[in-house]
Each structure stands twice: as structure tokens, then as C-alpha cells.
Ligand binder design. Structure first.
Ligand code: RFL
Ligand code: PHB
Length: 391
């Protein structure tokens, strides 16, 4: 069976669904192909902090009702180092704020609007493969319910995450991969207990990194960094709570409410960029083109800014601007990607104890934290990166 559309989007994570809705809102035809079921996609607990770009795309779509009602605006966050707590007052320093609203909820809002907005998403699409991406008549083949299908399109948007097939459809030698792996992962737990603080706390402790985050006034999300060799079985809930209480410092520890985890997982940390983000008729968006370590809360927000540029390019193309609209996509997206990569990498280096670090590296961390604590300029630099650089 062969179908025809203007844009075939691969992946129905936040990038794919956002792009699909933005294109449909401007009358561009598209189909989204997703390997997993909707429940599986919603079961992945990931990002929690939204920048203004992500909020404004939801506003533009008129899908921000629940986000406005249930999202928690945060005017600041904290860096903890042993017993001291350095507050980054992002509202005072930048005049902006971030919104704590889970990626799961954002994805659910986009999923729920599919029918009303006429966005076709084919879930459980197996063996997705991209063809002829270099020319102007690319197509995608896949299997659904045992039947082979084909979608012809003018463009393909690769929104299929780090492990998806889109980036791999670009011939070797065309692009360049920049990569840095970190010698630890984040072990995260989600629990239905009130958060220990009304703002996020990123902690650098001699036993390792910890983050206190939340999803609501009654649901907390916490992380500790662990060596990559560690197994989840070795981390019963009590061990995680004990470690959090030490690493987050005495003030936070006094307010931690313990409870059974409803999700627990270990995610490796990586910095990765693939450039360029377009090859012929294939545009890459989100994690398919780049990964940041979660320390800066940038991954989902970068996916949103890519989608902003990709929607502008594709809508421009179909509204008569032609190839010129598409030509600038990669450079525009990458300019913002590299700045977020830098911020995520530098905050990761500042807040984690690396196995090879000696007293000198630790002294550099202490000096930098002292500088941040004493300099409004230093705090402004962190705050403006945290709320998100201009699009
Ligand atoms: P996704 O969400 O991975 O979605 C890709 C989709 O493509 C599908 N797919 C395929 N579909 C069809 N055929 C195939 N062969 C396919 N292969 C894959 C997948 O099933 C999936 O549905 O990528 P997208 O849309 O680019 O979104 C990126 C974000 O998910 C990611 O950057 C963030 O979650 C990163 N991240 C955070 N970002 C933030 O902005 N703020 C945060 O606070 C934050 N915290 C985090 C995070 C990521 C984490 N982990 C687990 C990696 C915390 C953690 C722990
Ligand atoms: C989260 O709540 O999951 C979260 C918050 C901030 C980060 C990373 C993850 O930097």
C-alpha cells in the first residue's frame, strides 16, 4: 500500500508530535510514524523543566490549558555544595522563569489533541526505513500489522531520538559526529511524596551528585549519580533515600519525605552532536541529532527549538518560499544547539566528581562556586542559559 504526504515524520516523542501539530495548524499534510505504543511512550519518565520556547509552542497551538493550570512556574533554583546553598534567582536576573511540567504530561497533551487537530500518528510501525533522502522524492517503508506499507513525501523529519534510523540514513562521510561520554549515569526515582524544597537543588557532594526535582506538590523526582557499572538491583529505595539525604545537604535532608518509588531507572550521560542537521530532504530534530547530559535540563527544550526552526522552514517551503526556506535550517538550529551543549557540559563538570579528578580539579570547582556565589554577573550567565537563550 502506498500513501502520499508532504512531510513524513519519524518518531512520536515530543519533537515529532510538536512538529506534526505545527505543520497541521498551517495546513501542511503530514503523517507521524512511531515504533512503540502510546502507553509505552508515556511510560518513559524524562524531562521536567520547560523553557519559554517550549511553553510558547504549546501556547501557539492552543494546547497549553493543562500546562497553565498544572505547571509550576519556578523563579529560581539552587546549587548545593556541602552545607552551602547558592540560589540562582532567575526571575530577578533575567525577568523570566521556567515551568516544571513533566515531559510525559506535555506528550499526553499533544497525543490527546491528535484527533481534534487531524494529526495522523501510526503507532507500532515496525521496520521503518528511509529511502532516497538525497533527492526531492524521498519515501519511507514500514510494516504495520504484518503488512508492508510505503509513504512518499516531499520531506522526511527525523524525530526518532538517538537510536532511531533517521540519522543513520545519512551516508557516512557526509556529516560529522562530536561526542563525549561521561563515566557515570543518573539513577532517578519518582515517588508520590511532597518535594523537599519548593525549588530544584543540584548538589555537588564528596559522595557524588544529587538533584532534587519534582512533578507536582505531591510527586517528587530525585536523582543521584552512580558509576556506569552499577545495577538497579543494588539500589533498593532506602539506599537511594539515604544517599539523597547525605548529598543534598542538611537543610534539604531535614525536609525529605521518603516513600516507595513508582519508577526507578539509570540513564547514561552523553554529549553528542551530529552536523549538519539536514541532508537533502531529511531534517533531523531533537535527540536524533544531539544529546546533552541532563544537568542543564536542556534536551526537551532543544528538541522544541529545533522544531520551531524546522516548522518555519517547512511551512515556508510549502507557502512558496521554496528551497531557500529549507537551506538555513541546519545552521540556525545548530547555533542554538552548540550553546546548550556548552552549558550542559559546563554545569555537568561543575556539579559532578569525576573519577580522574584530583585536588586541583576540586579546587577549581570550589573556586567557581565561590565566584558564582559572589558575582551577580556569574549568576546572570547561569540564569540566562537556564531559562533558555533566544530562539
Ligand atoms: P524521544 O523522546 O526519544 O522520541 C523519539 C521517538 O522516536 C521513536 N522511535 C522510532 N519511531 C519509529 N521507528 C523507529 N525505528 C524509531 N526509533 C525510535 C521513539 O520510540 C520515540 O517515541 O526524542 P525527542 O522527541 O527528540 O525528545 C527529546 C527528549 O525526549 C529528551 O531530550 C529529554 O527527555 C532529555 N531530558 C531532559 N530534557 C529537558 O529539556 N529537561 C529535563 O529536565 C530533562 N531531563 C532528560 C531528563 C532525559 C533523561 N533521560 C532518561 C535520557 C532526564 C532524564 C533522566
Ligand atoms: C527532572 O525533573 O526530571 C529534571 C529536572 C532538572 C534537570 C533534569 C531532570 O536538570
Amino acid at each position: 500500500m502506498t500513501e502520499k504526504t508532504q512531510v513524513c515524520i519519524i518518531g512520536a516523542g515530543p519533537a515529532g508530535l510538536l512538529l506534526g501539530h505545527l505543520l497541521r495548524a498551517e495546513g501542511v499534510e503530514c503523517v507521524v510514524l512511531e515504533r512503540q505504543t502510546p502507553d509505552y511512550v508515556l511510560g518513559r519518565i524524562r524531562a521536567g523543566v520547560l523553557e519559554q520556547i517550549t511553553v510558547s509552542l504549546m501556547e501557539r497551538l492552543g494546547l497549553d490549558g493543562r500546562l497553565k493550570a498544572e505547571g509550576l512556574p519556578h523563579d529560581g533554583f539552587n546549587l548545593a555544595d556541602g552545607e552551602r546553598l547558592i540560589r540562582i534567582d532567575i526571575a530577578d536576573l533575567t525577568g523570566q522563569h521556567v515551568v516544571v511540567y513533566g515531559q510525559t504530561e506535555l506528550t499526553r497533551d499533544l497525543m490527546d489533541a491528535r484527533e481534534e487537530r487531524g494529526l495522523e500518528v501510526i503507532y507500532e510501525a515496525a521496520d521503518v526505513a528511509l529511502h532516497d533522502v538525497e533527492g526531492d522524492a524521498p519515501y519511507v517503508t514500514f510494516t504495520k500489522d504484518g503488512a508492508q506499507r510505503r509513504i512518499d513525501a516531499r520531506f522526511i523529519a527525523g524525530c526518532d531520538g538517538f537510536h532511531g534510523p533517521s540519522r543513520r540514513a545519512i551516508p557516512a562521510g557526509v556529516g560529522m559526529e562530536y561526542e563525549r561520554e561521561y563515566p557515570f549515569g543518573w539513577l532517578g526515582i519518582l515517588a508520590d511524596v511532597p518535594p523537599c524544597n519548593h525549588e530544584l537543588i543540584y548538589a555537588n557532594h564528596e559522595r557524588g551528585f544529587a538533584l532534587a526535582s519534582m512533578r507536582s506538590a505531591t510527586r517528587s523526582r530525585y536523582y543521584v549519580d552512580v558509576p556506569l557499572t552499577e545495577k538497579l538491583e543494588d539500589w533498593p529505595d532506602e539506599r537511594v533515600w539515604d544517599e539523597l539525604a547525605i548529598r543534598l545537604g542538611p537543610e534539604a535532608a531535614a525536609h525529605i519525605t521518603r516513600g516507595p518509588s513508582i519508577e526507578k531507572s539509570i540513564a547514561p550521560l552523553r554529549s553528542f552532536v551530529f552536523a549538519p542537521m539536514r541532508h537533502g530532504s531529511l531534517l533531523l530534530c531533537g535527540d536524533s541529532a544531539h544529546i546533552v547530559p541532563p544537568t542543564g535540563a536542556k534536551g526537551l527544550n532543544l528538541a522544541a527549538s529545533d522544531v520551531h526552526y524546522a516548522a518555519e522552514a517547512l511551512i515556508g517551503f510549502f507557502k512558496g518560499k521554496g528551497g531557500e526556506a529549507i537551506a538555513g535550517y541546519s545552521d540556525k538550529a545548530l547555533a542554538r544547539v552548540w550553546k546548550s551543549e556548552r552549558f550542559s557540559w559546563s554545569l555537568t563538570k561543575l556539579m559532578h566528581r569525576f573519577p580522574d579528578d584530583g585536588p586541583f580539579e576540586r579546587a577549581m570547582q570550589v573556586a567557581e562556586l565561590d565566584y558564582i556565589a559572589s558575582s551577580r554577573a556569574a549568576r546572570t550567565s547561569i540564569a540566562e542559559n537556564y531559562v533558555g537563550l533566544p530562539v
